[in-house]
Ligand binder design. Sequence first.
Ligand code: PMV
Length: 346
Amino acid sequence: MTDPFAAPAPGTAPVVGHAHGKVILLGEHAVVYGHPALCGALRDGVTVEAVPGAGALRVPQWGVTTHDVAVLLGADPPQERGAPSPLPLDAPLSSAYRAILHELQPDLAAKSQDAAAALRYDLLVRFAIPQSSGLGSSAALAVGLARALDLLLGLELPPERIAAAAFASERVFHGSPSGLDHTVAQQGGFGVFRRQTGLIDVPAAALRLCIGHTGRARDTRGRVARVAELVRERPDRSAAALAEIAALVEAGTAAVRAGRLAELGAAMSRNQELLRELDVSCPEIDHLCDLARGAGALGAKLTGGGGGGCVIALARPGDPVAEAQVLSAWTDAGFRAFVTTVGGCA
Ligand code: PMV
């Protein structure tokens, strides 16, 4: 993986916006209902560079370039030019970009700025994390883009305006998200997120996680809708599952603070069982979890929306071959896998 936060090579365009990817260790889906989630930023994420142009958004990894900003902000704007996104995004990139620009209209007006006239750069997006995988790439894109626009247009936005712009984009991609993804993308760090309080830091030693990819795009919108259906159809059982997930977040957070990683691993595996009950797993996720536990992992679960995307596994700490065993179990079965670190401020 390239390091998105490294200084740009001499002669290249300056990096003007960046943001982190994320993992959810415990608590996805329950977090939508106001429960807490334990989550951390990935060091890698998204960078947005200014290159000469007129405000188009370019995502070479998707083969997509939007129209220039003047066209995008005009009446009845067209969608992407070129091929449609190869990824199963819920809405086109142009709509998310437009949502950010619309959200920033008052900020632009306050500075007597007109994005269409002032934006003399295209914005070139580079992902250093897998996309559509439950690792927060769309939120990192939104935060990176808002930061790039802030710098290029001299808006001097406070953090809450960057957050509002990113959330506008996230609503386009995901409908009605909890806000966890763009908060972690913007703030980085490691902690407990709640809709009501935002992200509260949890000081903990760095945690190494194995990440395995199902090879399928995650289905956040569909799985969030499925949980909502279950909450309507069998309210007592669903509420009990969500409450147990919340209790696992509390217990897992205490375990992380105290460095009791076997307890964290057990909480992750129980969280996965409850996520299966809520119908947000899939055969590949179950297989990756079984392989990880069979290879000695302390715990394993999906991360993010589920229905595809990534699985995280906690290997036995202090054993140099433990991580390698989990990774080989996955790669031998044909899955892509890597190791990452979250936390690290104890
Ligand atoms: O799939 P992701 O990375 O967008 O994560 C979704 C996490 C959920 O809890 C399922 C939804 C949300 O809005 O928090």
